[in-house]
Write a protein that binds this ligand. Structure first.
Ligand SMILES: Cc1cc2nc3c(=O)[nH]c(=O)nc-3n(C[C@H](O)[C@H](O)[C@H](O)COP(=O)(O)OP(=O)(O)OC[C@H]3O[C@@H](n4cnc5c(N)ncnc54)[C@H](O)[C@@H]3O)c2cc1C
Length: 415
């Protein structure tokens, strides 16, 4: 028996195939689609499945062994993910828990944070979320207003965050706050790990137009945090946030090594791709429909090859980390085009299912309602374009009036 460190990809794949067949539940394509917004049970299920993966020795494949992972390569992870086709997996934990928050803690956290938080997530005991965006705007992240002040050894956090994906199901959030108002905006920020049940943290779920309630907003009123809650250095939170944004673009774009598995519960069966909509509506033989399905296949093919190429280039240093913006941008363009193509293929049948949320064509209609999210989540497409032009193509930086002046002198709102 080889050790996990030296096991070949093919041996790992064979072991995974046998274990998945013996252990993991099969996806049931005929199961009724759940009602959007009623997803609490999915999180209980995701934690159960993660515990099963951990017990079987297939959790945290690319995380280091000292933090509870297997310390294996991207190729091992890719092989495992390919083998999971047809099985239920805890895919809700991929973004943001593993591929954004745990990845950022791994790069920037203290030894204690890495040992405790990353291993707890890999065991299926903890879920993470991100407290970054604020009601005053998410693109200008460095201009945020949530503040943390030291009282003796304790940080006191006050402010508001919004658009936090699945925070209601999370145990901890990475929260960026202003800790120095006398310096320019990027230099007075600190990143904190905040328990979502901390006294003084009030959370509301936000209902979206498609019925989903996965977004949350949070109000922090005198939330007390110990010094050990700081991730990275005090007042150097921008360095942590930059790493977090890299992981976010990489994850949303499809390039993260910490994403495991292809599909989760029935809502994630890919029921609304142009291909499955064409099959479900009996229109697969129509030439116009075949053209649209063909375009979708081409987009998927280009996306997969682009993910492989850009990830490899970032991994070898040929492309700097902001190269993840290429993946993030293409993801948005491809996701929105695919949603439009599925709508076209579904035709009038989208209306039949929207009210009842039954049927694949109806699901394509519901999906269309949130198509714009693809160009906002993980930072907007415009910000990705800015990254590409400034950081990859060395074009002039966007003009900014507040980059170099102390934040307490920056004009805001009516000031
Ligand atoms: C699916 C999804 C998941 C999300 N998850 C989270 C999460 O877990 N945690 C979290 O904190 N946030 C989350 N967000 C919020 C997301 O990060 C923000 O929506 C995003 O950063 C944009 O911020 P905003 O919505 O405040 O728009 P704004 O920043 O107000 O921007 C509005 C518009 O102006 C454009 N714009 C702004 N500045 C510029 C500029 N300098 N140049 C060109 N155009 C510009 C933007 O591109 C956008 O089109 C999520 C959003 C979505 C859609």
């Amino acid at each position: 028996m080889t050790t996990a460190e030296t096991e070949s990809v093919e041996s790992f794949r064979a072991r995974a195939r046998a274990w998945l067949a013996d252990t993991m539940p099969r996806l049931d394509e005929n199961a009724p689609l759940p009602v959007l917004g009623d997803d609490d049970h999915e999180w209980v299920r995701a934690r159960e499945l993660q515990k099963t993966l951990y017990a079987g020795g297939f959790a945290g494949i690319c995380f280091p062994r000292e933090y509870g992972g297997l310390g294996l390569s991207r190729a091992h992870q890719r092989a495992f993910t390919e083998e999971t086709a047809g099985y239920e997996m805890p895919v809700q934990l991929n973004i943001p828990t593993f591929s954004i928050v745990a990845a950022t803690i791994l790069d920037m956290g203290t030894e204690e944070q890495k040992r405790e938080r990353i291993s707890a997530a890999i065991r299926g005991d903890e879920v993470f979320c991100q407290f970054l965006s604020e009601p005053s705007g998410g693109s200008d992240l460095a201009g945020l207003l949530t503040r943390a002040e030291l009282d003796g050894d304790t940080w006191i956090l006050n402010g508001q965050k919004t658009w936090s994906t699945s925070a209601y199901a999370a145990d901890w959030g990475l929260c960026l706050a202003r800790t120095n108002w006398d310096v320019p905006k990027h230099r007075g920020l600190t990143m904190f790990l905040v328990p979502t049940v901390a006294p003084g943290l009030h959370m509301n779920r936000v209902k979206m137009v498609n019925g989903s309630r996965e977004f949350c907003e949070e109000f922090f009123t005198d939330v007390q945090l110990p010094a050990s809650a700081v991730v990275g250095e005090v007042n150097d939170g921008w360095a942590v946030a930059s790493r977090q944004l890299f992981h976010e673009r990489n994850a949303v774009g499809g390039g993260s090594p910490f994403v495991s598995g292809l599909a989760g519960r029935p809502r994630a069966l890919g029921g609304q791709s142009p291909f499955t909509v064409a099959k479900a509506t009996g229109r697969a033989a129509e030439p116009g429909v075949r053209e649209r399905v063909g375009e979708w296949v081409a987009l998927e093919t280009v996306k997969n090859q682009m993910v492989a190429r850009v990830s490899r280039a970032i991994g070898t240093g040929t492309l700097p980390a902001p190269g993840a913006a290429l993946l993030r941008l293409f993801h948005a363009e491809a996701a929105q085009r695919s949603t439009d193509l599925a709508m076209d293929v579904a035709g009038a049948q989208i209306a039949a299912g929207v009210g009842t949320e039954e049927g694949i064509a109806g699901r394509a209609g519901v999906s269309y309602l949130s198509r714009q999210g693809a160009s906002l989540g993980g930072g907007s497409s415009e910000m990705a374009r800015n990254q590409i032009s400034e950081r990859l193509l060395s074009m002039p930086r966007e003009q900014s009036n507040d980059r170099d002046i102390p934040f307490n002198q920056v004009k805001r709102g009516r000031s």
